[in-house]
Design a protein around this ligand. Sequence first.
Ligand SMILES: O=C(O)CCC(=O)C(=O)O
Length: 237
Amino acid sequence: MRRSLARDGFAVWPGPPAALQDRLRAVLGRLARRRLSPAEASRCVLESALRESQRGGPLLPGQDGVFILGEPTRLHPAFAAVAAHPRVLAAVARALGTRRLALHFANVTMKSARFGSGIAWHRDAANRYMPTRTSRFLRAMICLDGMTPGNGGTSFCPGSHRGVGRPAVVPWVPKGAMVLIHPRVLHGGAPNRSGAARRNLVVQWGRWDDRLATSTRESQTGRPPRLLHRPSRWLTG
Ligand SMILES: O=C(O)CCC(=O)C(=O)O
């Protein structure tokens, strides 16, 4: 894992246990079938708020979908358990060279079946959302539905964290596996035109001594892993 992260700028690795991930899928399934509470809606980006050119297909009248669900670790304890699962923490700690980690943020990126939007090419280190002073952070993506070129799987330019990089690839990621993303690797993703949703839990963990470079914060930003399980208040769900 360390070698492919260093060589390619991303690595596919076994994710947290299937039974735990099933709880996330169940929560997300329930969420998709009911109206969002105001607290939940304020943490979401909806498909209807995005540019049509980004989408995989037109939205029918009245149709919509959540594209980004923010702060899922406050929605249900299972999200916190996955985000801070020992398997996730061990992989991130190994890559960052310390066990003293701080959460930056977590979200669920959801590409709805048939129309879920694509994500433009970017480097997380150059992002306006929670970059840090020395870019010693990682994003761990737990791929709840797996990723393929056909369902809007993430594309990477291998080696682009160190220079120009090689031609883009979309790794085949089994359902439930985890992808570690180097902060400087170029990545993006096509819309999801398949018949099933493609959902990833994305968690950005950083070294405790790498300070955030912007004033953006979420309510659990800066917390060490052990404190994720105890948010001050759960949202509904
Ligand atoms: O979920 C995805 O498709 C990719 C998310 C991503 O690119 C990111 O968090 O930097």
